[in-house]
Design a protein around this ligand. Sequence first.
Ligand SMILES: [Zn+2]
Length: 252
Amino acid sequence: MVTLTILGNYGPYATAQGACSGYVINADGFQIMLDCGNGSFSKLQKYADYATLGILVITHLHPDHYSDIYCLRQALKYQMREGNRKEPLFVYLPEGPESLVNEMKQWEDVFTVVSLEEAKKAVNDFNLFQLKFFPVQHQIPAYGVQFCVNHQTLLTYTGDTGWFPQLEEHCRGSRYLLAEASLREYELAERGQCHMTARQAAMLAQNSGAENLILTHFFPENNLHQQQREAEQNYDGKIYMSGTGKTYILQP
Ligand SMILES: [Zn+2]
């Protein structure tokens, strides 16, 4: 069974009870964490066993997607010292900003850093599942992620991205689309290069043939009811509004 649990769904800062970007895929006990934003590590401890985490993917190095890696590093160090974990964690990262990547590469006692620039060139096969990565449009190097079983795409996560023509092609045929919906419509002209509205996320799901759409990466000020309505007007499939602790069984 494959599940997706939302740890945090806010950016660039979270509400009092919430957390920034963080998600866990559990594939028959193998845990993949997607993004590690502020607050997501404390939530992770409630919904997963971080000591046995298999892979961490950081889609881009903005604080709302990576900042809890500092906490995770300390926690994994402790677990390794206690003998609860033997191997470093594989961390997939973009190649920039360089200063951050270099800092994380130094923590080789707990992390084995893998470049997304390299990983995107091929299907990354882990027997039970495959991971694919594709570049998206943001202020800094950023990637979307696909989780596939038997080479069928079960989940596509957009990360943070503005809409661009090839995005539909990247997301084509995914059963579930976890898409960012940061912006309100009036913000589009100013910030549309880097983020999407709920309407754009819905059109992306519609045009790429996704069967389920999970909206995420909300600004705390957003009106989620309105965003849901905007999505419903542009998409025929099932829409879910993400929230901390929500778990979705990803049906193949
Ligand atoms: Zn973000």
